[in-house]
Design a protein around this ligand. Structure first.
Ligand SMILES: [Ca+2]
Length: 208
């Protein structure tokens, strides 16, 4: 292989390694035991890590998943979260799989959301994904992406059920295989292009 080809391959490898994005969530598939919702997750309301089989469907990934119930708690919300350092003006992509076993009550929905906090742990705002309430045919992929607002120091990644009336839901809403990934910003992508394109041009002109 010629030097230019080597340079091109090296550049691709370098930038892929340096900037390819990894999921920051730990125990993202709820396979590891710990507390009610599994290791690394914080519970609020009626949320539980459950194994597939019996009253529960097959997991989307592995053998365990997150079940979110409600017990007449109204607008308090139910779910689980992980909180991670995430600088301001940084992109994020929060994904997962959900399934709804029966249509939810009129004002109940399940969705992914991200809460943003300052370094002093003051809540700034939240971004909420599309609200889902209709029975699904198995697992459905879900994605919420955006950019952290000014003054963000941490982001809290939350699968949730939200409702305003008092309703009891059991074995109806499940989430599994969640992922929170930082994405390189436009300026970074531009810088990558500046370095990769000359290497590619050099490589294109040669026979390997
Ligand atoms: Ca799982």
């Amino acid at each position: 292989m010629k030097k230019s080809a080597l340079l091109f391959v090296f550049c691709l490898f370098f930038f892929h390694s340096a900037f390819s994005s990894a999921n920051v969530l730990l125990n993202n598939s709820f396979e590891t035991e710990g507390g009610n919702v599994g290791l690394n997750w914080t519970q609020f309301g009626e949320a539980y890590r459950v194994a597939e089989g019996g009253a529960h469907p097959a997991a989307q990934d592995g053998s365990y998943m997150l079940l979110i119930n409600t017990q007449g708690t109204g607008g308090d919300g139910n779910g689980a979260y992980q909180e991670w350092a995430w600088p301001e003006n940084t992109n994020y992509t929060f994904t997962g799989y959900y399934r709804i076993e029966a249509n939810l009550p009129a004002d109940y929905t399940t969705f992914l959301k991200v809460d943003f906090y300052t370094a002093g742990d003051v809540w700034i705002t939240a971004t909420e994904g599309v609200k889902m309430s209709t029975q699904t045919d198995g697992w459905v992929f879900y994605e919420l992406s955006g950019t952290t607002p000014a003054n963000t120091a941490t982001a809290r990644f939350v699968p949730i059920i939200w409702g305003t009336t008092s309703e009891t839901l059991a074995n109806t809403v499940y989430w599994d295989n969640l992922s929170a990934v930082p994405e390189p910003g436009a300026m970074l992508l531009g810088a990558m292009g500046l370095l990769i394109i000359p290497a590619y041009k050099k490589f294109k002109g040669k026979t390997v």
